[in-house]
Design a protein around this ligand. Structure first.
Ligand SMILES: Cc1cc2nc3c(=O)[nH]c(=O)nc-3n(C[C@H](O)[C@H](O)[C@H](O)COP(=O)(O)OP(=O)(O)OC[C@H]3O[C@@H](n4cnc5c(N)ncnc54)[C@H](O)[C@@H]3O)c2cc1C
Length: 81
């Protein structure tokens, strides 16, 4: 899971990554560090579980949401885009 940021280790309330609505999905802005097996080439695609805040989220840990982020977006036929 992609949780840790340079300014947010033990202090989850300090997570700053933003998730901004864009059409039928969200675009994420931010930086994550120290992610074990966060990226590799053992599979064709990777799913990242990402902690981020939507624009109107409350302060602190209550405002954190979990997003599923593919490394590669899929084409309509299911192949990697
Ligand atoms: C091998 C490894 C693998 C990791 N893999 C992942 C991963 O897959 N995904 C991911 O998201 N992150 C990962 N991390 C990051 C990990 O989650 C963070 O290292 C952890 O959350 C601690 O954050 P920090 O290192 O910034 O330490 P800090 O938050 O800076 O803490 C430093 C020290 O201060 C203490 N401390 C902090 N706040 C307080 C407080 N309020 N009161 C008293 N003591 C306090 C802590 O207990 C610690 O001893 C990994 C780290 C390591 C080392």
């Amino acid at each position: 899971m992609n949780l840790t940021e340079p300014q947010a280790g033990s202090d989850l309330a300090a997570v700053r990554t933003k998730a901004v609505p864009e059409g039928d999905h969200y675009r994420l802005y931010g930086q994550k560090i120290f992610i074990t097996w966060g990226n590799h080439d053992m599979t064709d695609n990777v799913i990242y579980l990402f902690l981020a805040r939507t624009p109107d989220a409350p302060e602190g840990v209550r405002g954190i949401s979990l997003f599923v982020v593919p490394k590669f977006l899929l084409n309509a036929d299911g192949s990697s885009g």
